[in-house]
Write a new protein. Structure first.
Length: 103
């Protein structure tokens, strides 16, 4: 059984025991987090689609750790004008292990 959830403005296809990387979530490692924005549940039988979410469906997971993504360099240069700008960015991320998908 798997589900499609929405968190951090993105959609993720998850099943039990999956490990996913999402935008940063509040909580400490070891805490349980619940995703209530379930868009679809499929597995045995016909898939259930939400409009936009499935009422009563939840996906629970456990926060494994907080980490940061790779460094992204934003470099802008205007040629022949001695003008340039270099900025770096690392996104804060949370690694979550999915424990259960319940309809």
């Amino acid at each position: 059984m798997f589900a499609v959830i929405k968190t951090g403005g993105k959609q993720y296809s998850v099943a039990a025991e999956d490990i996913i990387t999402v935008m940063t979530l509040a909580g400490e490692p070891g805490e349980t987090v619940t995703f209530n924005d379930v868009l679809m549940i499929a597995g045995d039988g016909e898939p259930k689609l939400g409009a936009p979410f499935i009422a009563g469906a939840t996906v629970t997971g456990e926060i494994v750790e907080h980490t940061r993504g790779p460094k992204v360099i934003a470099f802008k240069k205007r040629r022949r004008q001695n003008s340039k700008r270099k900025r770096g960015h690392r996104q804060d991320l949370t690694i979550v292990k999915i424990t259960a998908v319940s309809a």
